[in-house]
Design a protein around this ligand. Sequence first.
Ligand SMILES: NC(=O)c1ccc[n+]([C@@H]2O[C@H](COP(=O)([O-])OP(=O)(O)OC[C@H]3O[C@@H](n4cnc5c(N)ncnc54)[C@H](O)[C@@H]3O)[C@@H](O)[C@H]2O)c1
Length: 444
Amino acid sequence: MTVSALPRINVVGLGKLGAPLAAVLASRGFSVIGLDVNRTFVDALNAGKMPIIEPQLNELIAANRERLSATMDANEAVQKSDASFVIVPTPSNKDTGFFSNSYVLQAMATLGKALRAKKGYHLVVITSTVMPGSTEGEIKQALEAAAGRTVGPDLGLCYNPEFIALGSVVRDMLYPDSILVGQADQKAGDMLETIYRQMCVKNPPVQRMNLVSAELTKISVNTYVTTKISYANMLADICDRLPGADVDAVTKALGADTRIGGKYLKGAMGYGGPCFPRDNVAFAALARKIGARADVAEATDRINNHQIERLSSLVAKFAKAGTRIALLGLSYKPQTPVVEESHSVKLAAKLADAGYIVSVHDPLAQDAAIGVLGDKVVSASSLEGAVRECDLLIVATGWPEYKEVDPAWCKRNGQRLTVLDLWRTLPADKFADVADVLYLGSGR
Ligand SMILES: NC(=O)c1ccc[n+]([C@@H]2O[C@H](COP(=O)([O-])OP(=O)(O)OC[C@H]3O[C@@H](n4cnc5c(N)ncnc54)[C@H](O)[C@@H]3O)[C@@H](O)[C@H]2O)c1
């Protein structure tokens, strides 16, 4: 397909996922218009630089500005595009565990109204994570009511979630393992597959199915991955109590079995972030609602919630309340400033509440974490200062920067500093003279 024949794309919602999608599509030759209700994001994209911290995002925007623009006007966005990707928030309801479609429904109302003034085919793609049954149900209904036409030959509808991790969104979009296309009909699915064949650098397999199967697949993937994480943490807990057992040796051997695989199989901390915890809870809530059992998802959640207790009990074995602890790493994973559901932040709060003096550091997430923790903790002014002034060091998020912690900072007048290196980030051998670097579940 020549670049001029490519469908023009409207990305609705220019947030952590929408802005990278717009940039990636533009970098692969598509003409892209972004639509958002937030003027700051619209102005920022038009100025060529988004206030979102994500590797490669702003470089990609800067290099592809001639194919990228943004607007708050839905009519303009719809007129200048052939397909609209909707990536607006779907917040979780704390009581039910279900995702709310309220923002998606608002977007359907706006897009549908704009579509009344547009002739010809337009494809609407729901990329936000939604509860199974939503797209075929209230989302389609809202779109059809607002557009004054039904989904079919003139109006396409697909469900197409992204499988990305914050901190590597651009790379994950360019090189996905596979693409998931939930389609209302063949025509809509064909158009979406064509877009991905152009967007992805390699030719990933495209899994096509109906809307509800795709919705279930999305949350099933995250539920399965969280199960692996909790499984590894369960093993770490067992190894901590089984003299001589080493969780890294066990998970390495497990992961070598191709039926299992090594990814996300490391005994360390619990999972956090904006997706994993809530997707798992939503999956279990769905199963309960329809009378199915979700014992695995429920156990995964329970094990995850137990990790903070497990880690704080471990700290209590080495240090009394009043001890100065430096906790390095606050984001829920490296390469992102996001602290939503971060176990590092939860651990810092738990230790502070237990009476420890906790100083915290993070290359990107320090301000966001202090916003959550307030004056419970001390915000470290430098990495070196935090390490030099503590009696116990915890490396809680495995930022590569922490490999550079200088063993000289750990010298304590002949005393040995205890270091809990939760992700095995530090080069332990370099610390042999000054610190006892301990791993969870290492039997050490
Ligand atoms: N962030 C992730 O890691 C991730 C991963 C997979 C899936 N998701 C899903 O993607 C969706 C979006 O997540 P996000 O992290 O990008 O959210 P976000 O909050 O970072 O961005 C959402 C954007 O949508 C805009 N918006 C809200 N209502 C709008 C409307 N009616 N019209 C136009 N714009 C509107 C907001 O102003 C904001 O810029 C959610 O459903 C989320 O579950 C997120």
